[in-house]
Design a protein around this ligand. Structure first.
Ligand SMILES: [Zn+2]
Length: 462
């Protein structure tokens, strides 16, 4: 229905997408009270709102936290939730990450697929609907957040000011459609410690991992050996132990019998911790074996498992599957121990229930529990109109049959009532979000523009 319009406006769609991608909208420090996430994310929002305004939409900037572009009349509204902030570029790009150059039919840029490309596709989908003049019953709002990659303060703030929609989708994950997402909780377990320097081997510090939601691939321990002999024996025993346990490590010797032990694992996303090799866990096993000190602590770290059995929180349900637990960060100083976890829990568990279980497990250990972040699970019934309409659109446009899916990751969809994730990635596509050479093909961009135009129309017409 909108395909012809999209084909006729291809150049406009491409150049707007490139211009938006050329704004380096990595979230930054506040720049005045109206730019809570920095200058560049604000520029991206201003760009979108200006574009909306130029095409006759109602636009609103909600105090620099988020904004929206609105079309139509009617009491309730359909929400399309996208975000304009991006993660830092990292290094090693083939083409500059904020030039949005097109090579072999691909637009290369940070944000091309996550999520500025899809945001623009949704915008032109809405414009196609508007210019076609077909009647709709609900208003449509393209809501643009600026803090998705960090803390979601944009959506918290937005929905304190604005009413909830009738339903909607976020173009920020996978097709055909995601109707359930596990709950997410990240928390710290910490306690005091006093390094005992009387043993043969003294542990001064350990650091491993940087973010709760990534499987740590490196963990380093700083140790001191009481004598040369101790050090030599440790080197030999360690070699044997790590061979038997299949642990990759390296050891460097410094002055005064100081040693740096580096354990290597393999990184993976924190929602799929079983795909990685956790360097902190391996370090725990080594230190349990070789240290006399902090024995309980090392027992605890060594007992870690990705299903959360060691915390007594394991479980699963029919819809979202098993709980996953990632031990993301370990930091030990001479006075303090801190462990940070990221847990994805099935929709039949609750945050409070988990906290209670964890408290029960750690009572004897001296750990204090501090919840850092939590997101409620998402679940929209497969029978709901939002799900059935969107699946119908997907099947009609792509000609593929559509089985909706569930994930452990978190999308914006959970910030709204009756919200699901709908694209932009098609089944079998390699996930290149947050990686170097992030890109979207021109064909892909135009296909999702058509899908989003139809999706918006189906949700808004009745
Ligand atoms: Zn995203």
């Amino acid at each position: 229905m909108f395909a012809e319009w999209i084909e006729g406006n291809k150049q406009r769609i491409l150049s707007s997408t490139q211009e938006l991608l050329q704004i380096p909208s990595v979230g930054g420090e506040p720049a005045g009270s109206d730019k809570p996430f920095g200058i560049e994310t604000d520029r991206a929002l201003q760009y979108m709102l200006r574009l909306g305004n130029e095409h006759g939409f109602k636009v609103k900037n909600v105090d620099g936290y988020a904004g929206h572009i609105e079309y139509g009349a009617g009491e309730d509204y359909v929400a399309v939730l996208a975000h304009l902030d991006v993660v830092p570029t990292g290094t090693g790009w083939t083409y500059p990450p904020f030039a949005a150059e097109i090579h072999d039919g691909m637009i290369y840029a940070r944000g091309a697929i996550d999520d500025k490309g899809p945001a623009m596709a949704a915008f032109y989908g809405l414009l196609a609907l508007k210019e076609s003049g077909v009647p709709i019953k609900r208003r449509v709002r393209l809501i643009l957040g600026l803090d998705e990659e960090t803390d979601w303060r944009c959506m918290d703030y937005y929905f304190q000011q604005e009413t909830q929609p009738w339903g909607g989708f976020t173009p920020d994950a996978d097709f055909p459609l995601i109707y359930a997402e596990k709950g997410i909780i990240s928390f710290e377990l910490s306690k005091f410690r006093s390094a005992d320097r009387s043993g043969n081997l003294t542990l001064l510090q350990v650091t491993g991992g940087e973010r709760p939601n990534i499987v740590p691939d490196i963990c380093q321990a700083f140790l001191v050996a009481a004598s040369d002999e101790v050090l030599v024996r440790f080197q030999e025993d360690l070699k044997q132990y790590c061979e038997t346990e299949h642990i990759r490590y390296s050891l460097s010797r410094h002055e005064n019998n100081e040693i740096v032990l580096t354990v290597e694992g393999r990184s993976a996303h924190g929602s799929l911790p079983f795909l990685g090799v956790n360097a902190v866990h391996h370090m725990g096993k080594i230190l349990r074996h070789f240290l006399n000190d902090d024995h309980e602590l090392w027992e605890f770290v060594a007992s870690y498992d990705t299903e959360g059995k060691f915390l007594g929180i394991n479980g699963s349900d029919e819809i979202t599957g098993a709980l996953s637990c990632n031990l993301g960060i370990l930091k030990i100083t001479e006075q303090n121990v801190s462990l940070v976890f990221d847990v994805r829990y099935p929709i039949d568990q609750t945050r409070d229930g988990l906290v209670e279980l964890i408290q029960g497990t750690i009572t004897e250990t001296g750990f204090r529990l501090r919840v850092m972040h939590d997101l409620k699970p998402l679940y929209v019934s497969q029978e709901s109109p939002v799900v059935s309409k969107l699946l119908h659109v997907y099947e009609t446009i792509t000609g593929q049959s559509a089985e909706p899916i569930t994930i452990g990751g978190g999308t914006y969809a959970r910030t709204i009532r009756n919200g699901v994730a709908f694209g932009p990635m098609f089944p079998g596509m390699a996930d290149i979000a947050h990686q170097r050479d992030e890109r979207i093909s021109v064909d892909h961009l135009l296909t999702i523009t058509n899908l989003y135009a139809n999706a918006i129309y189906e949700l808004a017409k009745s």
